[in-house]
Write a protein that binds this ligand. Structure first.
Ligand code: BGC
Length: 467
């Protein structure tokens, strides 16, 4: 036992050399937050936003729910692990958003990398099948479309895809209006109709679904397959939107932070490799250090290098460990489990065909913990930037606010590190974290419902004004 401990200790020292570049000090996180603060301004600026890596996209969502919304809605959710179709009912009296029915449709990987027409035809087919099997085909329900990619939204129902991220790269969609592509695909079938469409980013859906419960929820954050956040900004600061009064939800697209090289000094050789081998090199550098699509691969690359350097597995790399993508992000949270983590590590390493020792298993735990902690700390730095900005915008000494959160990485990993780090970086902000209940589904319906409420109150006001 003693020699095992000694071996473990000396091995940990060597391991430290590999992991040190992933350990970000509070000062570095403060610096990251300061750089993002500048990038938020570039994204909001009239003349700087074209080149800004953090896009700061207006969403045309001007209000969070006030509890009077109601009705039946359809929702589509594309951009996470699955594509889903939902029927959602918003009930005013009970202040409830009910998921009536939902259906998951798989999107095969070839389709994620195929043509846009194939993708949208598939979406229209899934929606058609859903309407048919739920006897909804005769109705023309409003539809919330959660499309979790960076889009330049011109109106609530006009949304141009800037670029694909995560696992998608369909041809002929970038630069096009996604609502139009959906409508064309539905038209090609010609067997059903949809009502008005509201385009929703998943962060916005998350904020809105939490906003129904807690009206001080003004930030939505996703740490899942990708990462991103939205928040309520003063319209007068959004220089490319007309108007001075009120607020609008801005989809920050913070995943693009670092795309101009401003984070190069904190990137490790492993981050550079993950980016190089991704389907969209050079795009969403910050996201690639944080989100579920990439964390497992970063861990794998570190383990491969350590094995090559004879620090692990007697220097033997198994076929699985040597294969891109086979160390899944979910292994990280399983290995991090406080009680069963070591046992899980042993099981996973066996399944990966590795000849492991007890020391190896605990080193793997340390690697997983370091890389998931860096993800949490970077998110904390970015979130701190947003809450500090909201506090400054409102000239408040102290801000109390709620962040709606979703995504597998947030749900499956310990959140205490993230929350502690935000408190450190934004000491004058008191933040409540609310895990969203299906922001991409129910939240999309909520955005559509709020848009309808505003449209109705605007047309009532306009009629009154002309009377
Ligand atoms: C997309 C965002 C999205 C985030 C989380 C990113 O890759 O660009 O629009 O909100 O993933 O799903």
């Amino acid at each position: 036992m003693r020699s095992l401990r000694a071996a473990e200790a000396s091995s940990e020292e060597l391991v430290e050399k590999y992991l040190q570049p992933f350990q970000l000090s509070p000062e570095t996180l403060q610096e990251v937050s300061a750089r993002l603060r500048k990038d938020l301004l570039r994204g909001l600026g009239k003349h700087s936003h074209h080149k800004a890596p953090v896009k700061m996209l207006p969403t045309f969502v001007r209000a969070t729910p006030d509890g009077t919304e109601k009705g039946d809605f359809l929702a589509l959710d594309l951009g996470g692990t699955n594509f889903r179709v939902l029927h959602v009912r918003v009930e005013e009296e009970a202040q409830k958003v009910l998921k009536m029915d939902s259906q998951i449709c798989a999107i095969p990987q070839e389709m994620m990398l195929g043509t846009g027409e194939q993708l949208f035809d598939h979406i229209a087919t899934c929606l058609g099948d859903f309407l048919e099997s739920h006897n909804l085909k005769g109705q023309t329900l409003p539809l919330g479309f959660t499309f979790s990619f960076p889009c330049e939204q011109l109106e609530i129902d006009k949304s141009i895809l800037i670029r694909w991220t995560k696992g998608f790269n369909c041809s002929g969609v970038e630069g096009k209006d996604v609502v139009q592509l959906l409508k064309e695909a539905i038209h090609r079938r010609g067997d059903y109709h949809i009502g008005s469409v509201a385009m929703v980013n998943d962060t916005v859906g998350t904020m809105m679904s939490c906003g129904y419960k807690d009206q001080s929820c003004e930030i939505g954050m996703i740490i899942g397959t990708g990462t991103n956040a939205c928040y309520m900004e003063e319209i007068k600061n959004v220089k490319r939107i007309e108007g001075e009064d009120g607020r609008m939800c801005i989809n920050t697209e913070w995943g693009g932070f670092g795309d101009d090289g401003c984070l190069d000094d904190i990137l490790t050789e492993f981050d550079v490799e993950v980016d190089k081998t991704s389907i969209n090199p050079g795009v969403h550098i910050f996201e690639k250090m944080i989100s579920g699509m990439y964390l497992g691969e970063i861990v794998r690359l570190v383990l491969v290098k350590m094995t090559k350097d004879k620090l692990l597995f007697k220097g033997q790399i198994s076929e699985a460990l040597g294969t891109c993508g086979l160390f899944e992000t979910k292994f990280i949270s399983e290995i991090e489990e406080p009680d069963s983590g070591l046992e899980n590590a042993k099981k996973i390493l066996t399944e990966l065909g590795l000849d492991w020792s007890l020391v190896d298993a605990s080193v793997v735990r340390l690697v997983c913990d370091t890389i998931s902690s860096r993800s949490a700390y970077l998110c904390a730095a970015a979130l701190a930037t947003l809450v500090n900005r909201i506090r400054n915008n409102r000239k408040l000494g102290h801000l109390k606010t709620t962040v709606g959160v979703d995504g597998t990485v947030y749900r499956k990993h310990p959140t205490s590190k993230l929350q502690k780090a935000v408190r450190l970086l934004a000491p004058q902000c008191d933040i409540t974290f609310l895990v969203s209940e299906d922001g991409s589904g129910k939240g999309a319906a909520m955005v559509t419902a709020v848009a309808q409420r505003l449209k109705k109150s605007c047309s009532t006001m306009c009629t009154k004004a002309s009377e």
